[in-house]
Design a binder for this molecule. Structure first.
Ligand code: HAM
Length: 423
């Protein structure tokens, strides 16, 4: 038997309903914030990621699915969505249209990581990107969007971690101070970090190794090295968030695993997720478009893994109820009424509610069981005597009541019951 590759998943019909609901929430909330969908290719030229995500990051060094096509070009399955959005922004000259450009995407990303709960080799990311404004209002807007998504999905007990990693100007001074500090303790660092000190010392701040973490506790903080512009940006963002009643935790060790960030970086964490507790992450990337050969255009955004989001939603205290429910299951007492059941199901479907009926000629009892299996909100029961009188029985599967409804009004009745119950 050929099995699926390690780190990938099949999403079976029993769970795709949940995925669709989450995707619907993501699209609805994005549209409320006036973000429009962008779709970019699943594979890109490898250089797109080496130039932006960074040669010395784990993603580029260890995690990319890179291959040569038949013409010998080096291509990479996208490990993330920001660089592709930057490329599309330049290639389609979106910078010459109205600014800012606000886009979102939902699609598969690929990273050769060690699979564990919440970490896959193929995973689905939703991301939102705002290009064309350097105002801290935009940092605040994407953070609000991220938090609104969590809230809408019932994930209220999240914590927002915030930091500034400055601009290339002020980061240089910090890099020197950090290199000096780490250099003096190099022999105690893990093998990876010892390599990182010379090449990209900021990556050390990300290390999960306990000894490295202990050394980092005393390390110099980027926040003490910010230039006036970066400091002002960070303080203004803090004031906007506080003014809007949003609490956050300043976390000087938060650096994120991608090199394109400037100034603001943030993560939303949800501790019950365990080791992979960062549900989402993002930040500002004012140099990315220019690094790709475009004009100097700032940007800010974030991304969230849908697998992790769904895990959190299901583990959360207020998982949305009835995501996957069928609105109505049409049962019939004898086979002669199967055709009427199909006809009523179709009328309901046309009226905008989800409906199904028994297609295997089961007993009424088995049909009711099937309705329960689909978590139907309501069942319609068609009997020969009632049908002859022009009525059907409508049963609330949650409350247990049942009543007769004229067949001519059945869609109206089910639509209004479904709306009243909320979907
Ligand atoms: P990232 O932190 O690498 O940032 O990924 C964002 C989110 O994608 C993570 O918080 C997590 O939910 C999910 N994720 C990452 N790797 C995996 C994995 N192997 N399995 C499952 N989920 C995963 C970025 O990708 C940036 N492009 C975010 C961004 C957008 N920054 C600005 N704009």
């Amino acid at each position: 038997m050929i099995s699926r590759p390690k780190g990938t998943e099949d999403r079976l019909p029993a769970e795709t309903g949940k995925w669709l609901r989450v995707e619907r929430v993501l699209r609805d909330v994005s549209e409320r914030f006036n973000y429009r969908e962008i779709r970019t290719p699943i594979f890109e030229h490898t250089e797109l990621f080496t130039r932006t995500v960074g040669e010395t990051t784990d993603i580029v060094e260890k995690e990319m699915y890179t291959f040569k096509d038949r013409a010998g070009r080096s291509l990479t399955l996208r490990p993330e969505g920001t660089a592709p959005v930057g490329r599309a922004y330049i290639e389609n000259r979106l910078y010459s249209g109205p600014q800012p450009v606000k886009v979102y995407y939902i699609g598969p990303m690929f990273r050769y990581e060690k699979p564990q709960a919440g970490r896959y080799r193929e995973f689905v990311q939703y991301g939102a990107e705002l290009l064309g404004s350097s105002s801290p209002l935009c940092d605040a807007e994407v953070i609000f969007l991220a938090v609104e998504i969590c809230n809408t999905l019932g994930l209220t007990e999240t914590t927002l971690h915030l930091n500034s990693i400055g601009c290339p100007g002020c980061r240089e001074g910090y890099r020197k101070a950090l290199t000096e500090y780490l250099g003096a303790r190099e022999s105690d660092l893990c093998d990876d970090c010892r390599r990182r000190v010379g090449r990209n010392p900021l990556r050390v701040l990300d290390c999960k190794n306990e000894t490295c973490r202990a050394i980092l506790a005393e390390a110099p903080s980027m926040l003490d090295y910010l230039c006036t512009g970066c400091k002002e940006h960070f303080e203004t963002l803090g004031k906007i968030l506080t003014g809007m009643g949003m609490s956050y935790r300043i976390d000087p060790s938060l650096v994120r695993g991608l090199d394109y960030y400037t100034r603001t970086v943030f993560e939303v964490k949800w501790p019950p997720l365990g080791a992979q507790d960062a549900i989402l992450g993002g930040g500002r990337y004012d140099g990315l478009v220019e690094a790709l050969g475009g004009p100097s255009v700032p940007g800010v955004g974030f991304a969230v893994g849908l697998e992790r989001l769904l895990m959190a939603v299901e583990k959360g205290k207020n998982p949305p109820q009835g995501w996957d429910r069928l609105d109505c299951f049409v049962c019939y007492v004898d086979d002669a009424l199967a055709y009427r059941a199909l006809e009523i199901a179709n009328r309901l479907r046309a009226a905008g509610v989800s409906a199904d009926f028994d297609q295997l000629g089961r007993s009424l009892k088995a049909q009711m069981k099937q309705a329960s299996r689909y978590e139907a909100r309501h069942a319609i029961i068609l009997g020969p005597e009632e049908t002859a009188r022009g009525v059907a029985t409508v049963r609330s599967m949650d409350e247990g009541w049942q009543r007769e409804v004229p067949l001519s009004e059945i869609e109206k009745e089910i639509v209004s019951l479904t709306r009243a119950g909320g979907r």
